[in-house]
Write a protein that binds this ligand. Structure first.
Ligand SMILES: [Zn+2]
Length: 233
């Protein structure tokens, strides 16, 4: 999980909410069109085009707007930009099977029944156990194996929340774990090259924590930089 510093909400979204009057109130279900896509685009930019929970590559077509504190329990935050994140659908980018399994054809806002991340999380939220990507040290809760598994840190103060977040969001879903493993393959090869120094590994880890010229992170960059730092220590 990578820390997401929240920016300001788009002006188009603020202006839309400001149109509220006694006959019309802005609601989540009436947010659509350019106002909604503007919010979605702003979220993608501040996240560097990776899923807020798993780090998979996402774009406008392969993600949804996620309420970190679920609307079911926090209706007052339904239009709070600080409560918005962008999550992958839970089955990868090209999985038609996920779309076909959608049980509710009227639920156009969330067309895919995901098996991990935002759709899996659904209305789960526990203030003590849900690790937030908006917490600056959120990456410290997790560790990774070279085989693509995500595990809770050994730090006892963070362990329970990490364990429960991994379980509730199914961050070790077999398809997700396989994607993470494939992203780590090149790194594992680098780590087995004994001619690379610790300093070089640290520089490489630093590079993976930066976005490219298009403002995008490499997919699963958190897992990649974690492994590099482990071997550079
Ligand atoms: Zn995800």
């Amino acid at each position: 999980m990578k820390y997401i510093p929240k920016g300001h909400e788009p002006a188009t979204f603020s202006d839309w909410k400001a149109q509220a009057n006694e006959n019309w109130k802005p609601t989540w279900n009436t947010l659509r069109g350019s106002e909604k896509s503007g919010v979605h685009q702003a979220l993608l930019q501040e996240q560097g085009y990776i899923c807020c929970y798993c780090g998979m590559r996402i774009d406008l077509n392969t993600s949804h707007i996620e309420h970190f504190k679920p609307r079911k329990h926090f209706p007052e935050l339904a239009l709070d930009y600080k409560n918005f994140l962008s999550s992958c659908p839970g089955e990868g980018q090209d999985n038609a099977e996920g779309i076909l399994r959608n049980p509710d054809p009227n639920q156009l806002e969330t067309p895919i029944l995901g098996e991990h991340c935002g759709h899996q999380k659904a209305s789960w939220y526990n203030p003590d156990l849900t690790v937030s990507p908006q917490t600056p040290n959120c990456a410290d809760y997790f560790r990774y194996t070279g085989l693509g598994e995500i595990l809770p840190t050994d730090d006892l103060a963070l362990h329970s929340a990490a364990q429960e977040t991994i379980r509730q969001l199914r961050l070790n879903h077999p398809k997700l774990e396989a994607s993470r493993r494939s992203a780590l393959q090149g790194i594992v090869a680098i780590l087995s090259d004994s001619s690379i120094s610790s300093v070089e590994l640290q520089k490489l880890a630093d590079a993976y924590e930066q976005t490219d010229s298009e403002g995008k992170y490499v997919r699963f960059c958190g897992a990649v930089s974690y492994l590099l730092r482990q071997y550079s220590a």
